[in-house]
Each structure stands twice: as C-alpha cells, then as structure tokens.
Design a protein around this ligand. Structure first.
Ligand SMILES: [Zn+2]
Length: 395
C-alpha cells in the first residue's frame, strides 16, 4: 500500500493522525523524507523556512520543475492530506529512475512546512514565508497552544530560525510547481456531477481555489445573575450569537455558497451567569466573491453590528497552460474541479509561479478526518499521472 510506511506515525487511538509542524511525529516524517530521497540518490536540503527539498539534477542548467505537498496534518486528521503528494512524487521518481529516464533540467520534490496551520494557526506558513507573504518577525512570534513560539519550536528541532523569510533567489529558480493532493469535498463540476466520484474518474485537475474570507463578530451584553434576572430585563449576547449562527447558514444556503461558524467565545463563560460578551467567527467561501461578501452583509444586518475582517484571499486561478500540459500528459480530457481548501500551490500561484494541481479521487470527499480515504487503485493512478507529468515537464 502506498502510504503504509507512514501510517503509524502520529496515529491516535481514534484512528486519526496528529502531525504538527516541528513536533515529534512531523520530525519523524522529515527523517522519512530525507531517507527516501537518499535511497533515490536525490540531494536533500532544508531551506531557511524549514521547507524540505529533494533535488534530482540540481546542478543542471535551466529553471526547475517542482512537485510536492506537505507532511503536517490537522489535529486527528487523515493520513492522505499532504503525504499522498510526497509519497506519490517519490514513487514517480523511483519508477522514472528504474526506466532509465533522467531529467534534462533540475527536478525537485518539496515538502512545505506547517501547511495546515495546525500548530501556529497560520496556514501555508512555509510557502508564505518563502514568497514573502508573511513577515518573518510576525511568523517567528506565533505561539502554539502551549505558548511555544515558532522560533523556539524550530530551534528545539535543530533548525536555525534566523534564516526565515522571503527567498527570491529560490523562487526565481522554480519554473513551475505541480501539487498532487487527495480530493477534498465533492466539489461541483460544470456538468453538474459532484466530485471525481460523480464523474467516475480516479484523477482530476484543479481549476481554481475559491475566494475565502474570515470575519469576527463581537456582541456586547450586560452581565448578571442567571437566577435573579427576569428574562425581560436581560441583554444576553448569546441569544444574538445564536441568531447570527443560524443566519450564516440561512444566507449561505440562499446565496449558494459555503458559510460556517466553527468557533465561538462566550465571556466569562459561567453556567450561572448571563454573558458579558459573545463572539462568533464566520468562514465564508464560494465561487463568486460578491456573494461571499453579501453573506456577511446579511449577517451584519440581522445582528445590527459590523463584522471585523480577519483575513481575505481572492480567487486563485491555476495556470491554464501548465494545467493543459498536465492534462495532456495524463491523456487529455480530465475533470477540472474547484477547490474550497487553500494549498501551498495557491500561495506559489499568487507569487507568480505557474502552478497546477492533480486531485486523486476521495469517494466520500471527507477530509481532515480519520475517514479521509482514497482507494489504492486510485492512488496508483495518481502516481502514474504524476510520473507522466514529470516526464513531460522535465524531459
Ligand atoms: Zn493538504
């Protein structure tokens, strides 16, 4: 089985895997990456931001073709999200080596650090630092749940944090990047089918990453005793918060986009007290950015308060020419899916590097969960696709 050599790493009793950046399980995977690369006679290096690179023909003339993904996971996540792209890349290089093929330009496999933001809260941290989308001082000061900074976590893992930051020389060496990834969700196809399962195909390409925003809404109340305050006398922000949560779902449904409240905070959080304040976080995304903003407007109107924007990412369109090359390498007509999730490929794309993605069928679409899964035959089809892509792009 393709992932079997990694499957025990960071495994919890509930069946998920927890592989936070720079912690024990992820360090074990980093060692695996280096050993796997060495067994294929690839040259391994760690860049200043802690991203791992395995080079084949690194000193060849010309710019590099790069494939890869990430090793880290969310808490109790699935084992496919990230590692599938790396295991597949090594399997592709192995079969190319066995066939006697050699690249005519530099070829690299990269594992980006802290893609999920599971430990330090900022997704795609390794690629964002590489492209200069995040300030080094800000990143190094990020803390995990135990109060450990990124700088301290890197140092403890033996990585010197002083090299963190934009690396334009490295970026300039990358001609194109292709990330193979487990399919997430059952996203709509132009013909109305949902996901690769609906299309009846093992492998597809990504068209775009949907625009995505996060907002925080703070609601004020009047704190008082739960046992002595008449209902009519209360200003209870938790009621408003509940209305806001329901409105997010109602508006998302009406607008045909995705809207989620996955985090709330009630202060002071006592069972027997009317809250002094309540906050909810809104995650909204969809094909049309206007509709994403409209959702927030509807929620603001319903609650009578303004939402504070915490982050906004515009639509990320993958490179059409590279995607056409990828499709041609794997046989022409392939399903083209939008992505509701962000990826390092999206970060590189925003930095001006031509990028494309390959998705491997996930029958249920479930991801960030122990239920995340691909059939072995589909994973093998993914390896074959990536092998064909490398052969086409680096010959
Ligand atoms: Zn991923």
């Amino acid at each position: 089985m393709l992932l079997s050599e990694l499957s025990g790493v960071g495994r919890d009793p509930a069946g998920g895997v927890t592989r936070f950046a720079w912690a024990a399980a992820e360090l074990e995977l980093r060692s695996w990456f280096s050993a796997r690369a060495a067994s294929l006679r690839l040259d391994v290096e760690t860049d200043g931001n802690g991203n791992l690179w395995a080079w084949w023909g690194g000193s060849l003339p010309g710019t590099a073709f790069v494939v890869g993904s990430h090793l880290d996971s969310v808490r109790s996540g699935g084992e496919w999200d990230g590692p599938l792209g790396l295991v597949s890349a090594f399997a592709a290089v192995s079969s190319l080596r066995d066939s006697g093929w050699t690249p005519t330009r530099p070829l690299a496999i990269v594992a980006f650090a802290e893609e999920e933001g599971g430990r330090f809260g900022l997704a795609c941290l390794g690629s964002r630092l590489l492209t200069g989308a995040v300030e080094p001082a800000h990143a190094l000061g990020l803390v995990d749940d135990s109060g450990v900074t990124l700088a301290a976590a890197m140092t403890a893992a033996g990585h010197d944090p002083s090299g963190v930051g934009a690396d334009p020389a490295r970026l300039a060496k990358i001609d194109a990047f292709v990330e193979l990834h487990i399919e997430q969700g059952r996203m709509p196809l132009p013909d109305g089918a949902r996901g690769l399962a609906g299309a009846g195909r093992p492998v597809g390409v990504a068209r775009e990453i949907w625009p995505h925003g996060r907002w925080r809404i703070d609601l004020a109340g009047v704190p008082d005793h739960a046992g002595t305050t008449a209902l009519a006398d209360r200003v209870d922000p938790v009621l408003a918060m509940a209305e806001g949560i329901v409105e997010v779902r109602r508006a998302a449904s009406e607008l045909g986009i995705l809207g989620t409240v996955g985090r709330v905070r009630v202060m002071p959080g006592a069972v027997n007290a009317i809250a002094s304040s309540a906050s909810l976080w809104v995650d909204a995304r969809g094909q049309d950015p206007d509709r994403v903003h409209e959702l927030v407007t509807l929620v603001e109107r319903r609650l009578g308060v303004a939402a504070a924007l915490e982050s906004w990412t515009d639509v990320t369109r993958f490179d059409a020419a590279l995607t056409a090359d990828v499709a041609a390498a794997i046989g022409g007509e392939v399903p083209s899916l939008p992505s509701g999730a962000g990826h390092d490929a999206g970060v590189l794309s925003l930095a001006g590097i031509p990028t494309a993605m390959l998705f491997v069928r996930n029958p249920t679409g479930v991801s960030h969960s122990p239920e995340e899964h691909a059939e072995e035959a589909d994973a093998v089809a993914g390896v074959a696709a990536l092998t064909a892509v490398i052969r086409r792009m680096a010959s």
